[in-house]
Design a protein around this ligand. Structure first.
Ligand code: ADP
Ligand code: MG
Length: 358
């Protein structure tokens, strides 16, 4: 009667049922502990590009500085960006193809997370990135490029500078601007999180404050933290954890991976996400559907309640049986029924979570 069979089976029955229900709804939990941790989440931080915004990023402006035209600028940039998995990179390559340019792949490709990329095209080093990427470099015509960047940013565009370097030094050759659009579901999801009692919903971005603020207002988040390099995202996650307790970080990029690892719960976008983000996260959203986040938080809370009930039933049954055996001499057959009965009861209670689909 005192053997804790029910206690032993109660947790796996519930947690594995929750993981199965989540998987069938398009949410992959990487483990049982993760389901329990998700129930502790009090704040949610979203990455901007690729997470709150869709993969529909478009190249809107190609401003050539100096000799070449816009087509040549886009072709040059696309040669380097063909090697990158960033959203701005994919948008650049799509645009080059739409312009009928054949994209020659660059050599010696290097990506600097949260800043930009560089590669060699026809013997010259081409760099593409935000102004901070060029801050400590001596670039001719950078002033003209920065003026363009400011003008485009005022229209809430994400603008990057393209430079070309040869033996004669490095020169800005143009500016590319992109329009990043919010996922249609973003606003609704933020509202649902608030309704679930999430106290703080934040947006993190490596992009500038202007673009960040415009997007944040549209999405209805509580706070926006801009100009963040990958390490700064980690520091911010730790900060949010100190303030709110459990923090979920939702991201897609290489630049988000450290923050995904640092957060109580790292959630990666399964479709748009990069391999490193998928490796590091605790939960993967299969169809990039942000709407699954409120679902997974509700599911984890329900799982925690089920666990509490199961533990109470299994310990309660043991206490009652031991007391009645010693007190009134409970008959052996009844003790067997009590023992097996409580085991079956907690198993069935756990299995109910199989029905908790989205
Ligand atoms: P977010 O944090 O919003 O997902 P990222 O950290 O990926 O944004 O990028 C921050 C900024 O770094 C971009 O807005 C862009 O200016 C620059 N950047 C990063 N990667 C690239 C790239 N492959 N091409 C051009 N610019 C890039
Ligand atoms: Mg991103």
């Amino acid at each position: 009667a005192a053997s804790p069979c029910a206690l032993v089976i109660s947790t796996p029955a519930a947690v594995l049922s929750a993981i199965a229900a989540a998987a069938r709804s398009g949410v992959l939990f990487k483990g049982g502990v993760t389901v329990e941790e998700a129930a502790r989440v009090r704040a949610v931080a979203f990455d901007k590009t690729g997470t709150l915004t869709a993969g529909e990023t478009r190249l809107t402006d190609a401003v050539a500085l100096g000799g070449g035209g816009a087509d040549a600028l886009v072709a040059l940039a696309a040669a380097v960006q063909a090697r990158s998995e960033h959203h701005l990179a994919r948008a650049t390559v799509r645009d080059a193809e739409a312009r009928g340019q054949s994209v020659a792949e660059a050599e010696h490709f290097v990506a600097v997370a949260g800043r930009g990329v560089e590669g060699t095209v026809a013997g010259r080093t081409v760099r593409i990135g935000n102004p901070a990427f060029f801050a400590d470099r001596d670039v001719a015509c950078l002033g003209d490029a920065l003026t363009e960047v400011e003008r485009l940013r005022a229209q809430a565009r994400t603008a990057v500078v393209v430079t070309e370097a040869g033996p004669d030094g490095e020169r800005a050759v143009g500016v590319l601007a992109f329009a990043d659009v919010l996922r249609p579901s973003a606003r609704e999801v933020v509202a649902q999180l608030k309704a679930l009692g999430i106290e703080h919903v934040a947006m993190l971005t490596g992009d500038t404050a202007e673009v960040g603020a415009a997007m944040a207002a549209e999405a209805g988040v509580d706070a926006v933290y801009a100009d963040l390099l990958p390490e700064a995202k980690v520091a911010l996650i730790r900060d949010l954890e100190a303030r709110w307790g459990g923090v979920a970080m939702v991201g897609d990029g290489v630049n988000d991976a450290p923050a995904l690892a640092a957060a109580t719960l790292g959630i990666a976008m399964g479709g748009a996400g990069t391999d490193v983000a998928l490796e590091t996260a605790d939960v993967v959203l299969m169809a990039d559907d942000l709407g699954k986040i409120p679902y997974l938080l509700r599911l984890s809370r329900r799982t925690r309640r089920t666990l509490a009930v199961n533990i109470a039933i299994s310990l309660g049954a043991i206490v009652v049986m031991v007391v009645t055996i010693l007190g009134v001499g409970l008959a052996l057959p009844l003790a067997v029924v009590g023992h097996e009965g409580s085991t079956v009861l907690v198993s069935l209670n756990g299995l109910r979570l199989l029905g908790a689909r989205d």
